[in-house]
Write a protein that binds this ligand. Structure first.
Ligand code: ZN
Length: 166
């Protein structure tokens, strides 16, 4: 497989709706490996979506363990947010927009359904930073970026130095 690197805004792949995974095969595992190795190059990364490395498929990885010790990595294939609770304001950044972070509206609790790499279905309620990261990554799979959710570009966008990326 070719070398993958982070795609930066305004790369058009970030704006495409990713296609659903239909084959749970060796090729899928190669894509997941490529995503993980790119994620590991970002020491403060807590999530990555396949379009961020140029693959327009519904695959995302959420691993908030750098922020919540003991949290388990979740590999989300064809994820769908089924329920939401408790609106909250979150400050977010993104590896594809490394210059900024912003405050935006999210939900503090989400129920997400997804498939694993073997094609088995799972669902669970996620909370806090994990729930927010899941919403951020599911947005990527829909061609949506956090800047689309910013209420006021002028006051809510913050140039940043080092902040958690997802
Ligand atoms: Zn992102």
């Amino acid at each position: 497989m070719q070398e993958h690197s982070i795609r930066l805004f305004p790369d058009p792949v970030l704006r495409r709706t990713a296609s659903k995974v239909t084959k749970f095969d060796h090729e899928l595992r190669l894509m997941i490996n490529a995503m993980e190795s790119v994620m590991r190059t970002q020491p403060d990364g807590i999530g990555i979506a396949a379009p961020q490395i140029g693959i327009s498929k519904q695959i995302a990885i959420v691993d908030v363990s750098p922020r919540i010790p003991g949290a388990k990595r979740i590999l989300l294939i064809n994820p769908v947010i089924l329920k939401t609770e408790q609106e909250t304001i979150s400050r977010e950044g993104c590896m594809s927009l490394p210059e900024y972070s912003a405050y935006l509206k999210r939900f503090n609790r989400v129920m997400v359904g997804w498939y694993d790499e073997k094609g088995a279905y799972h669902s669970k309620w996620a909370e806090g930073i994990e729930a927010i990261c899941i919403q951020h990554e599911v947005d990527h799979l829909m061609g949506k970026l956090f800047i689309d959710r910013v209420v006021c570009l002028k006051s809510d966008m913050i140039p940043r130095k080092a902040k958690t990326k997802s």
